[in-house]
Design a protein around this ligand. Structure first.
Ligand SMILES: *[C@@H]1O[C@H](CO)[C@@H](O)[C@H](O)[C@H]1NC(C)=O
Ligand SMILES: *[C@@H]1O[C@H](CO)[C@@H](O)[C@H](O)[C@H]1NC(C)=O
Ligand SMILES: CC(=O)N[C@H]1CO[C@H](CO)[C@@H](O)[C@@H]1O
Length: 592
């Protein structure tokens, strides 16, 4: 999860333009894997802060609140395949299917597939070999999948399954997930209620690392496909499955290579939609809200490096490189990024959905959210309240955190070099370029004050050739900058979003024998981290990070990335139901 930072308002808009980084930068081989901080997270977030300060907005008149800013799709139940769906729905509800699901997921957990930050290339580093037994497990567990679908192994352990549809003119659906799990800290093994790779089933939950993140997704998809095959379903629209094996450590050997293979096979925008791991649904203001992730923030680690003349410290200059670096870092923290809530922000769409559809939203809150759609004044008032919540603030804005520092080698020698790394998570309203320009501008006056030759992201900002007493260099620390993800369309005419929404409602209702469209609200959600889809932007404009996990259940999402990770079996069964419904629905619509 993203760490919330404390941020104060301080205007500092970027104004310099500096050289644009090439896309190649974040495709370069990993230099310092050990320091990579691209932690991926499971959650899409929508947290409404407590509102306290809306007094002035109460009792406002002459406003039309009737516009529906978050129209809901109808429940979408397979029709052409209606009989099949009914039969599958019944099957999923049986005790024997539940036992199979327990075995499927538990067995997958029992094959440890940890990925580590410092892994070398596949073929060189033997620690990747753990994926071979995992593939054996899948082969033995899903016989029909392996006799019917075409399997290509990309970069040895990436799994690319193609379930060929009868109509090649229909764009396929891509379902994604990852095989790897975050390592279990050996010192915490005895703190687990059931051992981390036991896959133990206690009658309610399957325990172990990966039971939730993300073997529930991967096994959920494969279980759904195997079950469809058992009922002799043959797709019209092709279904493609892509399972990376290093999502937790950047996806460069897995998803990145898979994306190249997928692009070769299907071309740019070759997929009707992509569904990867992500959020599920939870309770918000008295209603159940599903939050498919439609956006991801960008990322850059900025290395701030100062060099200065060395020498004996008995005759020191006024400022050493460490002293200068300290001033630069103080400047950073004194000038946090300005944060604004914009109507284009996916989190704003989320506020609209909750205010429109959640049952227990206080009337004054509901009103100001509605008003904010057309009134800038109301938007500012809303922003002021919303950004009081540090998590929300971090999700909306560009964050900065100084996470690494180093300098000096000896107590009596002047440090010739000192550096720090500032980690930024980039607002969906901004860009890598804007952040680079902002940081470059921020330190410009200090660079001049300390008489430094100033280089920022490849451009010289100080007077070329002028003598100086040292250098200041800003750079992309590990070549891991990540652009802000394109925002997935969610309007009324965005057919894939409507299909997903209708499917979510159908799966939810069918799992509970409910009727009606308003049993669960679907709202655009925002990821706090990145998934393998960071490599899939060219494959489809319609990317959703969503797996229908039930975070509203009493056990929640189940301690991902930590001790006691576990998966509620009922929630897992509902995930399988979701994937089956999605495949069948996508198979019979022709507007994707
Ligand atoms: C794991 O769960 C058990 C209860 O099943 C609890 O007692 C224990 O504190 C949990 N461990 C951690 C670290 O949360
Ligand atoms: C900067 O440092 C260089 C080298 O020591 C020196 O020649 C120059 O005069 C200095 N400039 C200023 C403005 O202090
Ligand atoms: C299961 C499987 O391998 N199916 C097919 C994969 O693709 C080749 C070539 O198109 C077919 O010959 C296989 O039957």
């Amino acid at each position: 999860m993203l760490k919330a930072t404390t941020v104060e308002k301080e205007p500092l808009l970027p104004s310099t333009t500096i050289s644009k980084p090439s896309d190649r930068k974040f495709r370069r081989p990993l230099l310092y894997t050990g320091l990579l901080l691209l932690l991926s997270s499971y959650y899409a977030l929508l947290i409404l802060p407590q509102f306290t300060d809306l007094g002035p907005w109460l009792g406002q008149k002459h406003h039309d609140y009737s516009t529906n800013y978050c129209p809901q799709a109808d429940v979408l139940v397979p029709e052409v395949n209606g009989e099949l769906w009914n039969s599958l729905t019944a099957t999923i509800g049986t005790a024997s299917f539940k036992s199979r699901a327990v075995e499927w997921l538990g067995g997958a957990v029992r094959v440890p597939t940890e990925s580590f930050d410092d892994l070398g290339p596949v073929g060189k580093d033997r620690r990747w070999d753990v994926f071979a037994p995992f593939h054996e497990y899948l082969l033995g567990t899903y016989p029909l999948v392996h006799t019917t679908l075409n399997l290509t192994k990309v970069n040895t352990y990436g799994l690319l399954y193609v379930w060929q549809g009868s109509d090649a003119s229909l764009k396929p659906v891509l379902l994604a997930g990852h095989q790897d799990v975050v390592p279990v800290d050996p010192t915490t093994v005895d703190k687990w209620t059931h051992p981390p790779f036991s896959g133990y089933f206690d009658g309610e939950r399957v325990w172990g690392r990966g039971s939730s993140d993300d073997k529930s997704g991967l096994i959920g998809i494969l279980s759904g496909v195997e079950t469809l095959l058992e009922k002799n379903f043959q797709p019209t629209r092709s279904v493609v499955l892509a399972f990376g094996f290093d999502e937790e450590v950047s996806g460069r050997q897995g998803a990145q290579r898979l994306s190249e293979a997928l692009l070769d096979l299907y071309g740019k925008d070759g997929f009707a939609l992509i569904v990867d791991e992500g959020s599920g649904f939870s309770e918000q203001y008295g209603s159940v809200v599903a939050l498919p992730g439609i956006a991801e923030k960008g990322y850059i680690d900025v290395r701030v490096e100062v060099t200065a003349a060395g020498g004996h410290s008995s005759i020191p200059p006024e400022h050493t490189s460490i002293g200068i670096l300290s001033s630069l870092l103080v400047e950073y923290e004194a000038n946090p990024y300005e944060v604004h809530l914009s109507r284009k922000d996916p989190l704003y769409s989320g506020l609209q959905c909750v205010s429109e559809h959640a049952r227990d939203v206080p009337a004054d809150l509901r009103r100001i959210i509605k008003r904010s759609a057309s009134s800038d004044k109301a938007l500012h008032a809303l922003e002021k309240e919303v950004l009081k919540n540090p998590t929300y603030r971090s999700l909306v804005g560009t964050t900065q955190a100084i996470d690494l520092i180093q300098g000096g080698v000896k107590a009596n020698a002047l440090p010739e070099r000192a550096w720090a790394v500032v980690n930024h998570r980039i607002s969906v309203a901004s860009s890598v370029e804007e952040v680079q320009a902002h940081d470059a501008k921020l330190l410009e006056s200090l660079a001049a004050k300390f008489n430094l030759t100033y280089n920022a992201f490849g451009a010289t900002l100080s007077e070329p050739g002028a003598p100086s007493s040292g250098t200041l260099t800003l750079s992309d620390a590990f070549g891991t900058a990540l652009h802000v993800a394109p925002v997935t369309p969610t309007g009324k005419d965005a057919a894939p979003y409507q299909l997903l929404s209708g499917t979510i409602k159908a799966a939810y209702n069918s799992h509970r024998s409910l009727q009606g469209t308003d049993t669960i609200v679907v709202s655009p959600g925002m990821m706090s981290g990145n998934t393998d889809t960071r490599y899939y932007w060219d494959l489809s404009k319609h990317i959703f990070r969503y797996n229908h996990a039930n975070a509203a259940s009493k056990n929640g999402l189940g301690n991902i990335h930590t001790v006691n990770e576990s998966m509620d079996i009922d929630s897992f069964l509902e995930m399988i139901r979701f994937f089956i419904t999605l495949i069948l629905n996508a198979d019979e619509v022709d507007n994707l």
